[in-house]
Design a protein around this ligand. Structure first.
Ligand code: COA
Length: 241
């Protein structure tokens, strides 16, 4: 499903978030031409990008993010929603009805995912392609906690997938706090991980007990969402897309 409406339950209060994705192959159709969803300013930002990989990431990320925001803000004309980069690289939303709406996004190998959410419930999303080669590199950088080492050693999850979970859990939390990965990665480690079905896991952060992580593997990629511990996300795991 390209678009999913999610419920955030905080005690008796309910809010909504919207999850959306965009695929590289969509750019072969006129419906996904940059002019059809980018504002004038974003078109200029896009025009200034020199490298094809950067251009592709920009378009995919903006399309997914605007789809998610378009659903949350009930705005069918995606050109009226603007996403600029903040001082830390974090996405900033501009729209006449944006209010406290925010968006978090990630792209990996031809697929972008985004989550538009009410700023009262800070969230971060990350997507990585499961790859044994990347796993070797990632392992050296993660600064694993004792819990994470034990989880990996138990072997209940393949090493590449486990690395994907631990990496995306860190990046999702970094995005939810707007710091990205500009800190020692061990600070963002997990001290509790448990399965939530065959290909999904929940985690708690060692140094940020007010946040938790929801991770799942879909179609060769791991997706993680970091969000406040006190808030329930439904449905989760997300439907296959
Ligand atoms: C957050 C960060 C890790 C994203 O990197 P990535 O895996 O290459 O990219 P993703 O596709 O998952 O996410 C990219 C999106 O994250 C968002 N993002 C970037 N910085 C962010 C921040 N500080 N807070 C929240 N979101 C942020 C942006 O929306 C970006 O997309 P855009 O540039 O098209 O708008 C990166 O920007 C960062 O923090 N870099 C800091 C230094 C670093 O790279 N350290 C690596 C340590 S080994």
């Amino acid at each position: 499903m390209n678009l999913q409406t999610l419920t955030l339950r905080d005690g008796d209060e309910e809010r909504h978030a919207c999850f959306a994705l965009a695929r590289e192959m969509e750019f072969q159709t006129p419906a996904a031409l940059p002019e059809s969803f980018l504002s004038e300013t974003e078109l200029a930002d896009f025009g200034a990008l020199r490298f094809p990989l950067k251009q592709q990431g920009f378009l995919l990320g903006r399309l997914a993010a605007k789809r998610a925001l378009g659903a949350l803000l009930e705005e069918p004309d995606l050109r009226l929603i603007e996403i600029r980069a903040g001082v830390f690289g974090q996405p900033l939303v501009r729209h006449s009805r944006a209010g406290r709406a925010e968006v978090t996004l990630s792209h990996s190998h031809g697929l972008a995912v985004a989550l538009a959410y009410p700023g009262e419930s800070p969230m971060g999303i990350d997507l990585e392609t499961v790859s044994a080669i990347a796993a070797g590199t990632i392992l050296g950088e993660l600064q694993l906690s004792a819990t994470e080492k034990a989880w990996m050693a138990a072997g209940t999850v393949g090493q590449a997938t486990a690395c994907g979970v631990l990496w995306t859990a860190r990046e999702a939390l970094g995005k939810s706090m707007k710091i990205g990965l500009n800190c020692p990665l061990g600070i963002l480690s997990l001290d509790h991980i448990e399965p939530a079905g065959a290909t999904a896991w929940t985690g708690q952060y060692a140094n940020f007990p007010q946040s938790r992580c929801l991770s799942q593997e879909i179609d060769g990629r791991v997706l993680s969402i970091a969000m406040p511990m006190a808030i329930e996300l439904r449905p989760w795991p997300l439907a296959q897309y």
